[in-house]
Ligand binder design. Structure first.
Ligand code: UD1
Length: 418
C-alpha cells in the first residue's frame, strides 16, 4: 500500500488546474446505460472510482472507447448482464447508480446491497422506495436488490431525507418512465444539475434540477450526446483549505467558484483572502486564521465532504471552532489521527470542538476514508517535521494526482511506493 510523506511548514504558491467532479462523473457514466447511442464525456477525472465504475459498466455491456484525459465514449447497444456484483459494489457504493437506469431501459436489475461504510450505515431505502413508486417490483434476495418493471410509470415521489445519489437514481429512472414524475425534497447539489443537463442533452425532458422539486416527463428513448463534466468543487475546496491553513498565494484554474459559496464564506470568515471570477479562484493568506464554526448540510449548505478539511484548518487557528456533522453519523474518524499530530479536539455526539494549538508536529497517521485522508494531508502540510500517511488508496479514489498538484505549488510531498 502506498504512503504519502509530507514535510510541512512550507507556504504554497502558484497555480494548479482542477479536475472534473468525481460525484458528477459517476452518475453521468451510468446515464450511458439509458441509450443505445454514444454518450461522449469530457473532463472525466482519472481516479480509482471512475475506473471501478467503468469496470462495472463494461460487465453490463457498455462499450467504452477513448483514453483519458481525452473524451471517453460509452455505448450500450444491448445488456450483457443485469447484475452489479458484490465484488465491485463493495469497493464503491456509487455502484447503486446503475439500478435506476438498468430497470428503466432493460426492465430488470440485480444490484448488490452496498452495506455500511466507514462513515455510517448509509442505507439505500429511498432508492428502493422511489423505484417502487415508479412501479418496479423490488425484492431483496441473498444480499441483492432485485428490481423488475415492464415499463416504469411516472409518479410523485417524496423522499424522507435529502439524498444525492437517491435523487440521481430516480431522476435517471424517470427519464424513460411513462408519464410525469415529480421528485419532491430532491437534492440540489451541482452534481445533480450536471447529471440533469447531460440527460437533457440526451433528449430527456427535465425541469427544476437545482431546486428541491424536479419534474420529469418520460420519453420513449434517449439518444447520444456530448457532455463536459463540471469541475470538482470538493477538490477545489480542499486546495482552498490547504492554502488558507498553510499560507501562500494560489490560483485554482478550471474551477466552478459558484458551486463553493458556503466554503468560500467560511474561509473568508476565518480570515483568508479569496477572489474569483468565472472559472478561477485565488486564495491568499499570510496570517494565523481565526477558528470557525460550521454545520454540515445538504447543498447549498456547508458540504459534509468538506467537514474534515475544515477541521484540519481549525486545528492551528486562533480560538475554538465547533463543527457539527448532521449528514453522516460516524464521520469523525480523522479526529484521533489529527490528535496524533498534536490537535486538540473533543467530540460530543455529532459535534467536534477544536481548540486551536500554535502548531502541529509530524507523525505517522492512517487514512480511514476519502475526505479524512484529505484532512490528514492538510494537517501534514501544516505540521513541522515529517508526516507519513498510510492507506492513501482512500485518497486515490477521489483526488487526481493530489501529491503532484501540491508539489507543483511548493509542497514537500512524496508518494512512497510499497
Ligand atoms: C453523496 C456523495 C457523497 C456525499 C453525500 C452527501 C456521491 C457518489 N457521493 O453520497 O460524497 O458525502 O452525497 O453530500 O455523490 N440516506 C438514507 N437512505 C437512503 C439514502 C440516504 O437513509 O436511501 C441517508 C444517508 O445515510 C445519509 C443521508 O441520507 O445520512 C444523505 O446521504 P446521501 O445524500 O444519499 O449520500 P450519497 O448519495 O450516498
Amino acid at each position: 500500500m502506498d504512503k504519502l510523506s509530507i514535510r510541512g511548514g512550507k507556504p504554497l504558491n502558484g497555480s494548479i488546474a482542477m479536475s472534473g467532479a468525481k460525484n458528477a462523473a459517476l452518475p453521468i457514466l451510468c446515464a450511458a446505460l439509458l441509450s443505445e447511442e454514444a454518450l461522449v464525456l469530457d473532463n472525466l477525472p482519472r481516479l480509482q472510482d471512475i475506473a471501478s465504475m467503468l469496470k462495472l459498466l463494461r460487465q453490463h455491456g457498455v462499450e467504452v472507447s477513448g483514453e483519458q484525459p481525452g473524451p471517453v465514449a460509452l455505448r450500450t447497444p444491448h445488456l450483457a448482464s443485469d447484475e452489479a456484483p458484490y465484488e465491485i459494489v463493495k469497493t464503491m457504493r456509487a455502484s447503486i447508480l446503475v439500478l435506476g437506469p438498468l430497470v428503466a431501459r432493460f426492465g430488470r436489475a440485480r444490484v448488490s446491497l452496498p452495506g455500511g461504510c466507514a462513515i455510517g450505515a448509509r442505507p439505500v431505502d429511498q432508492h428502493i422506495k422511489g423505484l417502487e413508486k415508479l412501479g418496479a417490483k423490488v425484492t431483496i434476495e441473498q444480499g441483492y436488490i432485485l428490481a423488475e418493471a415492464k415499463r416504469l410509470k411516472g409518479a410523485r415521489i417524496v423522499t424522507d431525507m435529502v439524498t444525492v445519489t437517491g435523487t440521481e437514481n430516480l431522476l435517471m429512472a424517470a427519464t424513460l418512465a411513462e408519464g410525469q414524475t415529480i421528485i419532491e425534497n430532491a437534492a440540489r447539489e451541482p452534481e445533480v444539475v450536471d447529471l440533469a443537463n447531460c440527460l437533457i442533452a440526451m433528449g430527456a425532458r427535465i425541469q427544476g434540477a437545482g431546486t428541491d422539486r424536479i419534474i420529469i416527463d418520460g420519453v420513449a428513448r434517449l439518444h447520444g450526446a456530448k457532455h463536459r463534466i463540471i469541475p470538482d468543487r470538493i477538490e477545489t475546496g480542499t486546495f482552498l483549505c490547504a492554502v488558507a491553513a498553510v499560507g501562500g498565494d494560489v490560483t485554482l484554474t478550471g474551477a466552478a467558484p459558484r458551486t463553493l459559496d458556503a466554503v468560500i464564506e467560511k474561509l473568508r470568515e476565518a480570515g483568508a483572502d479569496i477572489s474569483h471570477n468565472g472559472d478561477w479562484i485565488r486564495v491568499r493568506n499570510d496570517r494565523r486564521l481565526k477558528a470557525v464554526n460550521a454545520r454540515t448540510l445538504p447543498y447549498p449548505g456547508f458540504p459534509t465532504d468538506m467537514q474534515a478539511q475544515l477541521m484540519a484548518l481549525n486545528t492551528t487557528a486562533d480560538g475554538a471552532g465547533v463543527i457539527t456533522e448532521t449528514i453522516f453519523e460516524n464521520r469523525f474518524m480523522h479526529v484521533p489521527e489529527l490528535t496524533r499530530l498534536g490537535a486538540n479536539i473533543r467530540i460530543e455526539n455529532d459535534t467536534a470542538i477544536v481548540q486551536g494549538v500554535p502548531t502541529l508536529s509530524g507523525a505517522r497517521v492512517m487514512a480511514t476514508d476519502l475526505r479524512a485522508s484529505a484532512s490528514l494531508v492538510i494537517a501534514g502540510l501544516i505540521a513541522h517535521g515529517e508526516t507519513v500517511i498510510d492507506r492513501i488508496y482512500h485518497l486515490d479514489r477521489g483526488y487526481e494526482q493530489m501529491e503532484r498538484k501540491l508539489a507543483a505549488i511548493g509542497a514537500d510531498i512524496q508518494r512512497v511506493k510499497s
